[in-house]
Design a protein around this ligand. Structure first.
Ligand SMILES: Nc1nc2c(ncn2[C@@H]2O[C@H](COP(=O)(O)OP(=O)(O)O)[C@@H](O)[C@H]2O)c(=O)[nH]1
Ligand SMILES: [Mg+2]
Length: 756
């Protein structure tokens, strides 16, 4: 059932035909080209949307729940690295294509240095000999010194606690990978493509933390299973329970643009605390509408089918407490994958083959899993096809249809006018020009009131945003600040650290702890609220567009009717057609046409770049230098007390700094949200609505200004023009036939989707 691709290419063909017709029309000399530019723009938009616009599916869940296994099983091969690590946050995107390809985008040196500097705040303040303040990974001495410093820091650390500090892990991985990666990274964004035989080399990059830290983005192109079609992106996300809160935020950022979420649970563990937490975050973000759950069944884990189904039912019940009627599917992703791999010789290891054979013996479990798989595949294909038909095919075919009809009318008007005597033409033009002036008034009234509406809407949104981010009275900013302030750190707990690794290292560690906790708070509490807030703003924009489009549409319909009556009176034989009122613009398409997206949530968490290390240290270090020296020499209680007091002062300073930088940073985010997103979205929606209204009259709105010369044209020249319009009309009519055919196919596809 590759009908999506077929229909899409049919529509693209029609669009291409229209482009040729427009070019032909442009070559007709001495005729106003007014509507042609607008039509050309429309064909470009249609072309871009059908080419680039994606339905996005996010595969999420806890670490090791089987997300990558599921994605591999979908595409029938071991393409995505399974069991990948947790240091990096990379989201692997997969798009259907005709051959295998892996596109890796690397961070730039600036990205890397910025990343490391974030991890090095306070740490980099450790006293140094030659120092220009900035860490640069390309300087050998910087790398050597950092390696030494981090190792030293950890050596002290390992004695007291065995947890690895995520920031020093990140730094160490960067340092470790440097030599191998340095030729692939540059100051400009760089990509590397692995194709055909080299395809699997991408796994080296993903599988090894020291290389994957350098990656910014991975897109795999794979041959899809039947029914998947093009314009689809499936994202294998990192575990939502990653210890790094930034990873959670990156998943949130992806979810913002996703049309479907596939949530993977492992049957080994069922629904865990971390799942419930993450699902509640998704719920708060308002994204539970389009979610499928997969219980990834481990066929080795369960004694019998009954045991397994019991677990599935339990998961269903538990999910039911978070959302009503969850769509739950249960099957073994690994079994499906092994099955696929076993088809191809030698791709499955002996051990895995044995496992597969063992599973095959459990006939009832396998049958259960296969049924679950079928049900899942059908549901996924239906969901993405539905979305794609509605969003991409329907919308664009409608646009094309309006455009082609407009062209037909336009060709007819010109044809019929130029067929007359010069005197008659003049009179007809005058008559039409009068009508045009009246309808120009209508459109300018629409424009003005629409502008008024958008201004009012922007004011409202501005108030909403300002209130949401109010630093004193709003609970968004205050919530974070209160969290920071009440975050309890007792300097006493760090006594041991003070002794083993000294004052600065201890301070660094405390800072890292506060920052991680704050980031986590923001990811879990602030971001979902923010997303929900933005969503409400978008709803408002959509609603207003819907409200006004009705009355405006009536005004346009009236104007079109009058144009048609005028034409009729002048003896122009226009096709009868019913007026199709424009729908309110699809907000998703408007966003992508205008290249708008919510400012990434991760940017809201880069506040620590603003932290002034000296401000924190001024209080602590210089006062304590003496005390620490003594402490290191003597380790007497009195000195320890004074070091702890300094530490406490510094923690106070850290919190102050955090408060300042978070507030300043969120104020930036607030402005970005208004000016770079919401206001632009209002404008884009409004102009999209306006365009689709005016589209209905395009054929009648060409200016008559360059017609005046034509009236004096020789009979001969006019005959030529008439001939050209006859041929143009024939081409348009052929296009319109194709449009009708595509419309019928689409209609059929729609009813197939809903009966199937
Ligand atoms: N025993 C067993 N292992 C599985 C199953 N599904 C996946 N795995 C393995 O568990 C590990 C983690 O799976 P992966 O798909 O990478 O999890 P992710 O972290 O959610 O992407 C991999 O080594 C998989 O091969 C299963 O049903 N049973
Ligand atoms: Mg994975």
């Amino acid at each position: 059932m590759e009908t999506y691709n077929d229909l899409k290419s049919a529509i693209l063909d029609i669009n291409q035909d229209l482009r040729l017709v427009i070019r032909k029309a442009e070559s007709i000399d001495g005729v106003s080209h007014d509507p042609l530019e607008a039509w050309k723009t429309t064909t470009n938009t249609v072309h871009r949307q059908l080419g680039e616009e994606m339905i996005r599916v996010a595969v999420v869940g806890s670490i090791k729940s089987g997300k990558s296994t599921l994605v591999n099983a979908l595409f029938g091969g071991d393409y995505v690295k399974r069991g990948a690590g947790v240091v990096t946050s990379i989201v692997t995107k997969i798009r259907p294509g005709t051959s295998m390809k892996a596109k890796l985008e690397f961070k730039t040196w600036d990205d890397v240095n910025a990343d490391m500097s974030q991890a090095l705040i306070l740490f980099s303040a450790l006293p140094r000999e030659s120092d220009d303040g900035q860490f640069d990974i390309n300087r050998e001495e910087d790398r050597v010194r950092l390696q030494k410093d981090v190792s030293g820091l950890n050596a002290g650390r390992l004695i007291s606690e065995d947890a690895r500090d995520p920031n020093s892990v990140l730094i160490l991985e960067y340092l470790k990978g440097y030599e191998r990666i340095k030729d692939l990274v540059s100051f400009e964004p760089k990509t590397h493509v692995f194709e055909e035989g080299e395809f699997y080399r991408q796994k080296e990059f993903v599988g090894e933390e020291s290389l994957s830290v350098y990656l910014k983005d991975i897109v795999l192109t794979l041959v899809p299973p039947e029914g998947f079609g093009e314009n689809l992106e499936i994202a294998d996300c990192q575990g939502s329970d990653s210890p790094n809160p930034l990873h959670l935020t990156m998943i949130q950022d992806y979810l913002l643009s996703a049309h479907l979420i596939i949530y993977v649970l492992s049957s080994r563990t069922g629904l865990r605390q971390s799942d419930i937490k993450f699902l509640n975050i998704i719920k708060k973000m308002g994204l539970l509408k389009n979610i499928f759950f997969v219980v990834n069944c481990d066929l080795s884990e369960h004694e019998s089918l009954t045991g397994m189904t019991k677990l599935v039912e339990r998961a269903r019940d538990e999910l039911g407490m978070i959302l009503p009627d969850p769509e739950v599917f249960a099957f073994s992703a690994l079994h499906n994958l092994f099955n696929d791999l076993a088809q191809e010789k030698d791709t499955l290891s002996r051990k895995d083959l044995l496992r597969l054979e063992q599973w095959q013996e459990e006939a009832d479990m396998v049958a259960f899993s296969e049924q679950g798989t079928d049900r899942f595949m059908q549901a996924v294909v239906r969901k993405i096809s539905d979305d794609r038909l509605r969003l991409l095919l329907q919308t664009n075919l409608e646009r094309i249809s309006i455009m082609a009809s407009g062209m037909q009318d336009w060709a007819q008007i010109n044809h019929d006018l130029f067929s007359r005597d010069a005197g008659e033409i003049k009179a007809a033009f005058a008559e039409m020009e009068k009508r045009r002036k009246t309808s120009d008034q209508v459109t300018s009234v629409i424009k003005d009131t629409l502008d008024g509406t958008t201004e009012k809407l922007k004011r409202e949104l501005r108030n909403d945003v300002d209130r949401f981010f109010d630093p004193q009275y709003g609970d968004t900013v205050q919530g974070i600040i209160k969290f920071v302030e009440s975050y309890n750190i007792s300097a006493r707990d760090y006594e041991k650290d003070l002794e083993t690794s000294g004052f600065l290292s201890t301070l660094y560690r405390i800072f890292q702890n506060i920052r991680e906790a704050t980031n986590r708070y923001m990811a879990e509490t602030t971001n979902p609220k923010l997303v929900d807030f933005v969503r409400i703003g978008e709803e408002k924009i959509k609603e207003i567009a819907e409200q006004v489009s009705g009355p405006y549409s009536l005004m346009i319909q009236d104007a079109v009717d009058q144009h048609r009556r005028t034409a009729e009176k002048l003896g122009i034989r226009l096709q009868q057609r019913s007026y199709t009122p424009p729908k309110s613009p699809e907000i998703d398409l408007v966003k992508s046409d205008a290249r708008l997206s919510i400012p990434p949530l991760v940017t809201a968490m880069r506040y620590s770049g603003r932290i002034k290390t000296e401000a924190i240290l001024r209080l602590g270090i210089y006062n304590t230098m003496e005390a620490v020296k003594k402490l290191l020499r003597k380790r007497v209680g009195g000195d320890l007390d004074s070091a702890i007091r300094s530490l406490e002062d510094s923690v106070r300073r850290i919190k102050e700094q955090l408060r300042e930088s978070i507030t300043a940073h969120l104020m930036d985010y607030r402005e970005n949200l208004k000016y770079q997103y919401l206001f632009k979205l209002v404008d884009a929606m409004s102009s999209s609505l306006y365009e689709s209204l005016v589209d209905r009259m395009r054929a009648f709105t060409g200016s008559a200004s360059d017609m005046s010369g034509l009236m004096e044209n020789q009979r001969q020249a006019r005959d030529q023009i008439v001939k050209e319009f006859v041929s143009l009309a024939t081409s348009v009519s052929a296009v319109l036939d194709k449009v009708g055919e595509a419309e019928r196919l689409l209609e059929g596809q729609n009813s197939f989707q809903h009966s199937g």
